[in-house]
Write a protein that binds this ligand. Structure first.
Ligand code: MN
Length: 310
C-alpha cells in the first residue's frame, strides 16, 4: 500500500466503517514563497467549501530579498482566507482596501462576481523579515457567483482554552462560540496551539467532513501519526475526534458540509461551469470593470493562461 493511499478504518456514529485519508502536500511557489499545498489534490478536491490550502513558509528573508510579492490578479466565486502566524503582509484590492495583516489575524476577501488584489511582504523592522501563514480559498455557492465583492479584516477572534491547548476559532461555530467571519455555507476553521504534550477530544458535526494539518510539528489521530504538511481527511459521520500533539505543535482544523454541486477551479477562479470561467478570463484580459484596478500597485499584472476548453 502506498503512503498516499494509506488509510485507517474508523466507525461512524451509526456503526458503519469510514475512512481517514492521508494527503501529502505538493511543494509549490507563490510570489517567491515556498508553499506546501494539500488542497486541491487528486485524492481530495475539497473539504466542505474549503477548496484550496496553501501553507506558506515559515521562511526568513535575507536583506536583499523582497519577500512575498504577488501582483494584481483576479478572483471569482470564492473567498480568500489568510491566517497569519509570523510576519506582515499588505493586502490591496480593487475596492480600494489597504490592510496589513499581522500574526493572529484573519483577512477575508469575498470575490463574488469579481475582484482583484495584490499581496506584498511588509518589513516593519529588519529583525522581522519572515513569513508564516495559511492561505485558503472557500468556494461560494452558485447563487453568489454574481454578487458584489467585499473585504474584511478580523483582528479579534474567539479563543477557547482546553487545558494546555489554545483553540482560536477562525470561522464558523464551535463550543458555543461564533467567529465574526463572513460565511455563505456551513463551515468551520480552528487553529490549535499545544502549549504542552496533550491529547484532547474535539466535538465534530456529523454532517461535516474535516481536514487536519500541522502548520508546526505534527499530531496523532485514530492511532495514526501525521507529520507537518500531511493532511488527515475525516469523512462525514463522526461526532468526535481525539487529537494529540506535542508541545509547540500548531494544527489547523478545517471542515464543512460537503459541496452539493461540484466546482471547477481554474487559475484564480472558482465557478460552477466552464462558460462562467471562460468569461471571467476574457473579462480580466479585456480589463473589464468587474475586476477593477488595484491602486498604487507597482507589481506586474498577472495574466494567467488561456482557458483549456473550446
Ligand atoms: Mn489571490
Amino acid at each position: 500500500m502506498s503512503r498516499e493511499s494509506a488509510s485507517n478504518t474508523e466507525y461512524t456514529s451509526d456503526g458503519k466503517p469510514c475512512q481517514t485519508k492521508r494527503i501529502q502536500a505538493r511543494m509549490s511557489d507563490v510570489g517567491g514563497i515556498p508553499v506546501a499545498r494539500t488542497l486541491p489534490t487528486k485524492e481530495q478536491r475539497t473539504i466542505g467549501p474549503w477548496c484550496f490550502l496553501d501553507h506558506a513558509g515559515p521562511v526568513t528573508f535575507s536583506a536583499d530579498e523582497a519577500g512575498m510579492q504577488v501582483g494584481p490578479h483576479p478572483h471569482t466565486c470564492l473567498q480568500t482566507f489568510t491566517w497569519m502566524l509570523a510576519g506582515e503582509v499588505l493586502h490591496r484590492d480593487s475596492l480600494g482596501n489597504r490592510q496589513i495583516i499581522r500574526p493572529g489575524q484573519v483577512n477575508l476577501m469575498t470575490a463574488g462576481q469579481g475582484i482583484s488584489h495584490t499581496e506584498e511582504s511588509v518589513f516593519s523592522t529588519e529583525s522581522e523579515r519572515e513569513l508564516h501563514a495559511a492561505q485558503l480559498w472557500i468556494a461560494m455557492p452558485e447563487s453568489e457567483q454574481d454578487s458584489a465583492p467585499a473585504f474584511e479584516h478580523y483582528p479579534d477572534l474567539p479563543v477557547i482554552n482546553r487545558g494546555d491547548v489554545t483553540l482560536t476559532l477562525l470561522i464558523g461555530e464551535f463550543a458555543g462560540q461564533t467567529a465574526p467571519t463572513r460565511t455563505y455555507l456551513p463551515i468551520v476553521g480552528i487553529d490549535m496551539l499545544f502549549d504542552a504534550d496533550d491529547e484532547i477530544p474535539v466535538n465534530l458535526e456529523s454532517d461535516f467532513e474535516y481536514g487536519i494539518t500541522a502548520l508546526v510539528g505534527g499530531f496523532s489521530m485514530a492511532g495514526e501519526s501525521y507529520e507537518q504538511d500531511e493532511l488527515a481527511v475525516l469523512a462525514t459521520g463522526h461526532q468526535q475526534a481525539s487529537i494529540g500533539a506535542n508541545k509547540g505543535s500548531r494544527l489547523l482544523l478545517i471542515g464543512g458540509k460537503p459541496l452539493v454541486k461540484p466546482i471547477t477551479i481554474w487559475w484564480n477562479y472558482v465557478g460552477y461551469n466552464k462558460d462562467y470561467i471562460r468569461q471571467a478570463q476574457e473579462d480580466w484580459h479585456a480589463q473589464h470593470e468587474r475586476f477593477g484596478n488595484v491602486p498604487n500597485s507597482n507589481a506586474a499584472r498577472m495574466q494567467g493562461p488561456g482557458v483549456p476548453w473550446r
